[in-house]
Design a protein. Structure first.
Length: 448
């Protein structure tokens, strides 16, 4: 008996060691950041929604490697009134260099058009513009999953295309992993790709696993909170990371799924999100996060988050849960007598990388090896969701109409064939059996 116990322990130890060898780079393999130079003029300008998303805005930027006096000159075009607002600065050091970040919160703005200029010491930016528009209980935004572009990639083309096609969006939403790794060269790629957009349209986002440094205890890159000027109205441990906005008829909550590394951090976000959802009087409730509660890939759902949050989000009347991480597309809804009900769980990606998916009969819509963006319109009585390929092919859609306390979910699937091209990983020779199995599942789904 003793010999059997020792044998079991030995086998267990071998399995644990093998797992660590297999997953070592995935879990702990951080690439050292190359040295970089921070320009001594205002750059990486980001406009975001403030705590009162209808009338508050926040602006962040960086300039040089030492702190200096910084401020914003804001010109209200309708009145020609100019005001100056002092900036709060923070010096952030990473492995490759130093960044001096600045932030200004603009509160109680009025409807209209504004121009602003950033100053640090004797260095000035160009004039930039933004608007605070009267929306009459309507708002619209674009939701993008993972970007994770390479250096000199194509995200600038994608961003500019969306911006030109939808110039009147109220804000942009990124569901984590906007950068490939927390390094200056990737921050630079994302920032340059959004040049001319991020400085004039409010941008909101949540953290993803690629925004964290790997390790036994993962640590958020210290540039993240200062680059994204999000409101600090979240729960303890997550100020400036998990947060919420109320804009027109919508309550929007972001969660930091990679930051939940123990019971305290799980429940901190859980009780905070439940309290916000219960307290809001907004018609529509939208939650966005990085790791999916309903995943497109087998075994990729975050079990603890799913167990803790999924029932609560349904009980508190959440309409849509917008997710990233899976580098594919999926839409799931709860079913009652064959009819879809909220919440709708969506995973989307606009990344150069694609991950394998599982062909799940329960999914309303799937997509593999596909880049997508989503346009969401919210009015008093209707929430409309439309997903498009980056070539503007309408790929998926639904709407939710509210009649009193009742919600009617209407599937607007364009009925075009799902794009289920096998990923480059499946096409490798060593995955021949998996590829054949996948293609059989695809054929069965299309025949049903």
């Amino acid at each position: 008996m003793r010999y059997l116990a020792l044998k079991i322990i030995a086998v267990f130890c071998v399995l644990i060691i093998s797992l660590f060898v297999w997953k070592w780079h995935t879990w702990f393999g951080c690439t050292e950041e190359a040295s970089y130079v921070t320009p001594n003029v205002p750059n990486r300008i980001m406009l975001s929604l403030g705590e009162d998303a209808d009338f508050d805005r926040a602006i962040s930027w960086r300039c040089d490697t030492v702190l200096s006096k910084g401020w914003i000159e804001l010109l209200e075009l309708s009145t020609n009134i100019k005001k100056s607002y002092p900036a709060k600065g923070k010096l952030i050091e990473s492995c490759g260099g130093k960044n001096a970040f600045y932030r200004v919160n603009l509160k109680n703005l009025r409807y209209g058009n504004y121009r602003y200029k950033l100053t640090n010491g004797d260095k000035e930016s160009e004039w930039h513009e933004f608007s605070v528009n009267k929306k009459d209980n309507n708002c619209s935004f674009v939701y993008l999953g993972d970007i994770q572009d390479t250096v000199n990639g194509v995200s600038d083309t994608i961003f500019n295309h969306i911006s030109n096609k939808y110039p009147n969006l109220d804000f942009w939403m990124f569901a984590g992993d906007a950068v490939e790794r927390p390094m200056d060269k990737y921050w630079n790629e994302f920032s340059c790709s959004g040049q001319g957009i991020f400085d004039r349209k409010p941008i909101i986002g949540c953290t993803g696993n690629h925004d964290y440094h790997k390790g036994l205890f993962k640590v958020l890159d210290n540039r993240w909170k200062y680059y994204w000027p999000l409101p600090k109205n979240g729960p303890n441990f997550f100020k400036g990371r998990a947060c919420h906005w109320e804009i027109e008829n919508a309550c929007i909550i972001s969660l930091d799924t990679d930051g939940v590394q123990g019971p305290g951090t799980y429940f901190s976000q859980y009780y905070w999100a439940r309290r916000i959802l219960r307290a809001t009087d907004k018609e529509w409730k939208i939650v966005f996060l990085h790791h999916p509660l309903e995943s497109a890939g087998k075994g990729r759902s975050t079990i603890i988050m799913k167990t803790l949050f999924k029932d609560m989000l349904a009980e508190e009347g959440v309409d849509v849960v917008l997710q990233g991480h899976d580098h594919s597309y999926s839409r799931y809804t709860n079913k009652n007598d064959g009819l879809s009900q909220t919440p709708a769980y969506v995973v989307s990606s606009c990344s150069r990388k694609s991950y394998d998916i599982s062909i799940d009969d329960e999914a309303d819509r799937l997509g593999s090896s596909i880049k997508l963006y989503q346009i969401i319109n919210v009015s008093r009585d209707t929430l409309s969701f439309k997903s498009f390929t980056i070539d503007d092919e309408y790929y998926d859609g639904f709407s939710i109409a509210r009649n009193g306390l009742k919600k009617n979910f209407m599937d607007e699937n364009p009925r075009t064939a799902e794009k289920l091209e096998p990923t480059y990983r499946l096409k490798k020779k060593k995955n021949k059996a998996k590829l054949e199995s996948y293609l059989e599942d695809v054929a069965e789904r299309r025949a049903s």
